[in-house]
Design a protein around this ligand. Structure first.
Ligand code: HSE
Length: 307
């Protein structure tokens, strides 16, 4: 019987105009999950560190997804699971996605590579549906595959990795307040105005064209989101100030990371990223809310086994 330890990175989903369709993986922060294969056929979470989460499989994304996969594969083993949450739930940097992806990857390893990546993303999305009330892959796909991923379709699922400028960095400011994705999704309108739909299509098209031609100006002009940000920004403390701070440094652009409360910035080069992080520190340290800042190039590697 084997024991394996899996690391799954944090992710920035939506990336402005790519609402529910685009995301990228970052380095330096993620969840770790240890799976101990057992002879008993059940799935049992035995320890959770770093967050207060339910232990029962119906309500814990890890237990829920592990049970589903082992049942579907008619596995002749079970697992005991230790969860080490590096990413705070409700942070907007793919906390549930990291746990879900670590699970699909780890269980698939124990099953001897039964499922392909598309099936793994489908399973990970079932986990997202359980905790977020929506079946989207913009966190789970980059978390699994690394880099920046565009979802081409959901029915059936299709996705592709995007070319990313060599020296592109992401900076994330995470104010330590919890914002549930399900609540942030409930704020969104069912219908949008035609002019917003056209603007969004123009922006996403421009963003993707910018990636393929490595045209930073196009990437920058394509970032603005008309579908979610106008409704969610009020949930994020100092949102307008935080966006203005980025503009002062002539970065590529900024926006809400996933469903918030984290915000992200894209810029070229580590030096610019560090300048921005310094500015964010000096802005935020006088506020009452605790916060973290992460600086990372787009992470080439997604989920992986670690020692
Ligand atoms: N696309 C999802 C949303 C991502 O914005 O609701 C959640 O992290």
């Amino acid at each position: 019987m084997k024991s394996i330890k899996i690391f799954a990175p944090a992710t920035i989903a939506n990336l402005g105009s790519g609402f529910d369709l685009l995301g990228l993986a970052i380095d330096g922060i993620g969840d770790e999950i240890i799976f101990h294969q057992t002879q008993q056929l059940d799935v049992k979470i035995i320890d959770i560190k770093g967050a207060t989460l339910p232990y029962d499989n119906k309500n814990n994304i890890v237990g829920y997804v592990a049970e589903m996969m082992l049942n579907d594969a008619k596995a002749n083993f079970g697992v005991e699971i230790e969860i080490i949450k590096g990413i705070k739930p409700g942070s907007g940097i793919g906390s549930s996605a990291a746990s879900s992806v670590a699970t699909v990857f780890g269980i698939n390893l124990l099953l001897g590579d039964t499922f392909d990546n598309t099936q793994l993303i489908e399973y990970a999305m079932e986990g997202e549906l359980l905790v977020s009330g929506g079946k989207f892959a913009d966190n789970v796909a980059p978390c699994l595959l690394g880099g920046m991923v565009l979802i081409n379709d959901y029915e059936p699922l299709a996705y592709m990795q995007m070319p990313v400028p060599e020296n592109m960095y992401a900076v994330v400011l995470h104010p330590m307040i919890e914002l549930k994705t399900s609540d942030a999704r409930n704020l969104l309108p069912i219908k949008v105005a035609m002019k917003d739909a056209i603007k969004q299509a123009k922006n996403l098209g421009t963003f993707i064209a910018g990636l393929y031609t490595m045209d930073i100006d196009k990437i920058s002009r394509g970032l603005e989101d008309r579908l979610a940000t106008p409704y969610r920004s009020k949930l994020i403390p100092f949102f307008d100030d935080l966006m203005a701070l980025g503009k002062e440094l002539e970065i590529i652009g900024s926006g809400i990371s996933g469903s918030g409360p984290s915000v992200f910035y894209l810029c070229m080069g580590k030096e610019k990223a560090s300048d921005l992080a310094r500015k964010l520190h000096s802005f935020y340290e006088s506020k009452d809310t605790e916060y973290n800042i992460y600086i990372s190039p787009v992470a080439r590697q997604g989920v992986r086994e670690i020692k």
